[in-house]
Design a protein around this ligand. Structure first.
Ligand code: PGA
Length: 252
């Protein structure tokens, strides 16, 4: 797994036709030495596969997975189903899912295990709300999110996980964390993982920043020592902006 990467989260946007146009546009311009992951709406994962054939630097992700393997869960999708579609990555615990779908760390822990059992790399999201930050609770919140959803994993399993720090107050608000604010939390996350699993493992785990990344703030964020890349929402819906962001993490 590459420690440096850029992930585009399309959320619940675009028609199938629009998504085909966008992925073609992105794939045609992505620098050869970059590593990107695109998370389209789940129904498009299969039809979009043909556009990334032979592209070793472009991969697909699901935006969610169910925590059980199969069964009577109308409307849901499981890890083995994603694996059968050839999906390599899956976002877990995005703050929109925590908020709107009441996802709890315990369930997220199960989702992560399911994904790893089926050789899909989880992209696990953590982050504090504005209120929690203002009350000085950021580190405590992040610790709990990491501990309760990841610390049941064996060392060889956590090595397969990507972490995304996404302060809730920065998502879709146009108000990104400053590079210093983000770096402070990223280095805290790496140290916390190191305490439990050791420096060697912690130093290999990609930690992405997410929350209002755009073409102008990406370079400053990615130049921080513990920011390995980005989880990009809004700006990933525009090929031009997304390519600029990718180039910021993979300069020539
Ligand atoms: P944003 O979303 O880039 O639109 O702020 C980021 C995310 O939700 O992953």
């Amino acid at each position: 797994m590459s420690r440096k990467l850029v992930v585009g989260n399309w959320k619940m946007n675009l028609t199938l036709e629009q998504s085909k146009e966008l992925i073609q546009d992105v794939v045609g311009r992505v620098p050869f030495h970059s590593y990107i992951v695109i998370a389209p709406p789940v129904a498009y994962l299969h039809p979009l596969k043909e556009f990334i054939v032979g592209k070793k630097n472009v991969h697909l992700a699901a935006q969610n997975v169910h925590h059980e393997e199969f069964g009577a869960f109308t409307g849901e999708l499981s890890a083995p189903m994603l694996a059968s579609l050839g999906v390599e990555y899956c976002i877990v615990g995005h703050s929109e899912r925590r908020t709107h779908f009441k996802e709890k760390n315990e369930t997220l822990a199960q989702k992560i295990t399911q994904l790893l059992n089926h050789e899909i790399t989880p992209i696990y999201c953590v982050g504090e709300t504005l209120e929690q930050r203002e009350k000085g609770r950021t580190f405590e919140v992040i610790k709990k999110q990491l501990k309760e959803a990841l610390f049941h994993l064996e060392p060889e399993q956590i090595e397969q996980v990507i972490i995304a720090y996404e302060p809730v107050w920065a998502i879709g608000t146009g108000k990104n964390a400053t590079p210093e604010q983000a770096e402070e939390v990223h280095s805290f996350i790496r140290k916390y993982i190191a305490n439990k699993y050791g420096e060697d493992i912690a130093s290999e785990i990609p930690i992405l920043y997410g929350g209002s990344i755009n073409a102008s703030n990406a370079s400053a964020l990615f130049s921080q020592p513990n920011i390995d890349g980005g989880l990009v929402g809004g700006a990933s819906l525009n090929a031009e902006d997304f390519i600029q962001i990718i180039k910021a993490n993979f300069p020539n």
